[in-house]
Design a protein around this ligand. Sequence first.
Ligand SMILES: Cc1cc2nc3c(=O)[nH]c(=O)nc-3n(C[C@H](O)[C@H](O)[C@H](O)COP(=O)(O)O)c2cc1C
Length: 209
Amino acid sequence: MEVLLLNGSPHAHGCTARALEEMKKEFAENGVEVTELQVGNNPVRGCIACGSCARSPEHHCVFSDDVTNQVIDAAQRADGLVVGSPVYYASPNGALAAVLDRTFYAAGRELGFKPAASICSARRAGTTATLEAINKYFLMSNMLVVGSTYWAMVHGTTPEEVDQDKEGLQTLRNLARNMTWTMDCLNAGEGIGFDKPFVERSAKTNFVR
Ligand SMILES: Cc1cc2nc3c(=O)[nH]c(=O)nc-3n(C[C@H](O)[C@H](O)[C@H](O)COP(=O)(O)O)c2cc1C
């Protein structure tokens, strides 16, 4: 079992990293392998809606000069996905949003029926709006959004402040266990013939027609 942890923050060792670390420890204790990717602080392109990804056998984006195609490959390989974001103006940070736009436009269909979770870190507010924005990628891609004992957020401007958010960290540990359990159940179900459901896609009606 393998889970991809994607950190959207420009800070490799910031608050979002501290939050993901809490989940990583819990996954490790439960025998789940973890792959980590950082959006980091290099330039990231936005989606240019060129449609090249639809013709890519690997479901890759036309731009290979940032982390997006690595995210696409790792997410397709993984059994589950966790996306972590700092809160920027009550939203996911812009670079992460650009990576998610391109990842899901190119490969969202390949991620169906994988458990997914969003987590965020904020100084103070805008957390649930940020989680909702990230969950929207999952929820229109047939992914299974996993919950916890509270919304999966921590508070702080330094990792040391996040350490003090005991309930936030507890929520993340519970989330990691819930994801592990969900992945185990799906795996066991497939083993006894519970295949993924058929997905209808023939109807595509725009609002103007
Ligand atoms: C451009 C920018 C916008 C921010 N907007 C918010 C905000 O809307 N609400 C909030 O509580 N914190 C906001 N913050 C603070 C960060 O969300 C917070 O410090 C977060 O824990 C940083 O995580 P990181 O260390 O992983 O980057 C903002 C920070 C920046 C740089």
